[in-house]
Each structure stands twice: as C-alpha cells, then as structure tokens.
Design a protein around this ligand. Structure first.
Ligand SMILES: [Zn+2]
Length: 371
C-alpha cells in the first residue's frame, strides 16, 4: 500500500466522529476499521466485529493492513457519524450503550443488536424489550441455597412491578421504581449471563440473582427493566427531556469485593463481601447472599463522614483503613494494597460529593426502616 493512502486514512481518522470508536465511543486505540461498514473502531470492539463474520463486518488494521484506493475512498465517504445515523436511527434512549469499561456481555450484545440484528434500524425488532410487559422463565438462585431454580418472571410497567412465580404461585412482587439491576460476571463464576436485582424490603436490602442460557435474552431482560422504568418516568415527568429521563435507570456498583471488618470494640476481623450501591454500602457473608448482614448510608463530609488511610487504633497494618460515620467507626482491612486504594478512592469521592435528591430519598428510606 502506498504511504499516501495510509496518510489519507489517518487524515480521515482525525475528522469529528471518526476519532472515537463508532460503538463504545472511546478515543483510546481507535486503530481499527470495518472496511465494508466504513467505520473506525477501538481494538476491543474490532475484536467483537471480527466474531460477527466477514459478511457483516470486515475488520482491518489502520496501521498494519493493506488499503487500496477504493477502500480509502469508501472510508472517506462513510465514516462513523454517517454510518451511525443509519445503524442507530432508532436507538432507544433507555438502551445502554456500553462504554470501554463495560462488561463483555453488554458490549457483544450491543454490537450484535446494532449490525447483525439491526434492532436500531427496525423498531419492531425491539419488541422483546420495548413493550411495557415481558414474561418468561429465568433461573433464580434460591434465597438460602446455592442452586438456581426455574421461576416465571413478569416485568410490568403499568402496575409498577417485577413479579416472580413458582409455577402459578406468586412468590414476590417488587416495586419496579425501587429496583436497581446490575449485570454480574466475576462473582457468579459457575453461572453465565447473570444479573442482580436489588431493592429495599422491610428493614433491609434484598438481592435476587437470576441467570439465563442465552446472552441475548439476559440483555433483553436487563433492557426491559430499564425500558419499563423509563416508561414510568416519562408518564410521571412529561416535561423532562429524554436524556434526563434516561439518567440512572440502573446504576452499576461503585465498588465491590472482599474486605475484613471489625467494630469499634476491636473484635476479631470478619471477612465480608462489600457492595457499594450508589451511597449505600452493604456487607454480606458471601458474594451471592440474598440479604446483607449490614448496610449503611455514606453521607457528605460536612456531617461527619470520612475515610482515613491510616488506622490509628490498629496495629499499623498497611492494609487497614477507617471509615467514620456519625453513628460509629468501621475498621476495615483490604486483602491487597490495590484493593485498599480502590476503596479509599471511591469512598473519598462519594464523601466529597453533595448528595442528590435521590440520595436523600435513599437515606430517609434507610432511616425510616430504622437503620
Ligand atoms: Zn469500541
């Protein structure tokens, strides 16, 4: 290939829209292209495109592969903005566009939905998640069991509920507005395509873990919960912009992992699985526990919340740190120094941020339930 062609290709890449990945919008390592679609891609999305097959997407390296005049011309004419105008013309606002750091499951299904199934070109293909109701069988982890059992689930935005049944017997009806749903990967190793539904129940948070065989179906369930919440918000706040309505339909956990914890009386450390859901910090006996052993609201620094790197009352263990709340102090110990830094960073950032209206609602909910 001539140096001139590669030079032209690099010039096209600098244009608006082409300098970020057509799919995940990262600006890092956008060194790849799909030459039949006419788009520029990051390394990770290019890998997923390759798995679609060359009849859908033909991936080439900008730096290493041969580019003839015709292909370079095609890239100049097409480009990310033009091509996305077609492939994302009906991308619903509630649909989660994966970012670079998102889970493989979301990334693969977004790309397949976009180019293979063309769900965002033909809105009728969105039926599995765009209707205000979805029913089907999911495998649900037993509350105090390790096993998963088939349960019939119904998401219904009209009556604000996610319900699940054992055969025809209703087990639980969960208010949709209160639900957060998070895709799970590492912590449910033996289960594929798993997601976690969390909601307040009585004095505590309740987690439900469900999985399905088909990755496409898992993302459809995840998306239908987002779509149903969006639908309810749209009816409640008709003047709100579509972007505003789509904010925080679901929120990934800010941080998760094992920490050792002890109370103010310096009891022996207990190993607990910690999960930070927005401003709510929960600890559990194990990663897939249905109910936390304890949970606390993480408030603003001005009202007595802080996190300290050095545990002054500990014995100088470099992995220890201290979380102060107005009620009590939590002595925590990470398992690696990276983990400790990660937790301190996330907690410090929350404590330094003023709570939103939604945070205050969460806090008053926890106070009302006596925690
Ligand atoms: Zn990408």
């Amino acid at each position: 290939m001539s140096d001139r062609n590669r030079q032209v290709l690099f010039e096209i890449l600098q244009k608006d829209g082409n300098n970020r990945c057509a799919d995940c919008h990262t600006t890092e390592h956008v060194d790849w292209a799909s030459c039949n679609l006419g788009i520029f891609l990051c390394q990770d999305c290019a890998g997923i495109h390759r798995s679609l097959g060359v009849d859908i997407s033909r991936v080439k390296s900008i730096k290493l592969d041969y580019w003839d005049d015709d292909l370079v011309k095609k890239m100049a004419e097409a480009g990310n903005e033009n091509v996305n105008k077609y492939y994302e013309q009906h991308l619903p606002k509630y649909y989660r566009r994966p970012s670079k750091s998102d889970k493989e499951l979301l990334r693969v299904q977004f790309i397949k939905a976009k180019y293979e199934r063309k769900e965002f070109v033909y809105p009728d293909k969105q039926a599995p998640y765009s209707a205000n109701k979805k029913e089907g069988l999911l495998m649900k982890k037993g509350k105090d069991r390790k096993d998963f059992f088939p349960r019939n689930f119904v998401v219904n935005s009209l009556d604000n509920s996610i319900q699940y049944y054992n055969k025809t017997q209703l087990i639980e009806s969960i208010p949709l507005d209160d639900v957060n749903v998070v895709l799970v990967s590492d912590k449910a190793r033996e289960k594929q395509n798993c997601f976690q539904i969390s909601y307040p129940k009585g004095k505590s948070t309740r987690h439900i873990f469900v999985s399905c065989e088909d990755p496409k179906e898992a993302v459809e369930w995840y998306t239908v919960i987002r779509s149903a919440k969006w639908d309810r918000r749209r009816l409640a706040f008709p003047a709100m912009s579509e972007d505003e309505l789509a904010k925080d339909l679901t929120t990934d956990f800010g941080c998760e992992g094992w920490l050792n914890k002890r109370g103010p009386n310096m009891e022996p450390y207990k190993r607990r699985w910690f999960t930070l859901d927005r401003r709510k910090l929960m600890y559990h006996s194990e990663p897939l526990a249905a109910i936390p052993k304890g949970e606390m609201y993480i408030g603003y620094k001005d009202v007595g919340y802080s996190v300290e790197n050095n545990n002054t009352r500990g014995k100088g263990d470099p992995l220890e740190f201290l979380l102060k709340t107005p009620d009590r102090d939590y002595f925590l110990k990470a398992e690696t120094s990276e983990d400790k830094d990660r937790w301190i960073d996330v907690l410090t950032s929350i404590i330094s941020t003023q709570p939103s209206q939604a945070d205050i609602k969460l806090y008053t909910g926890m106070v009302r339930s006596g925690r």
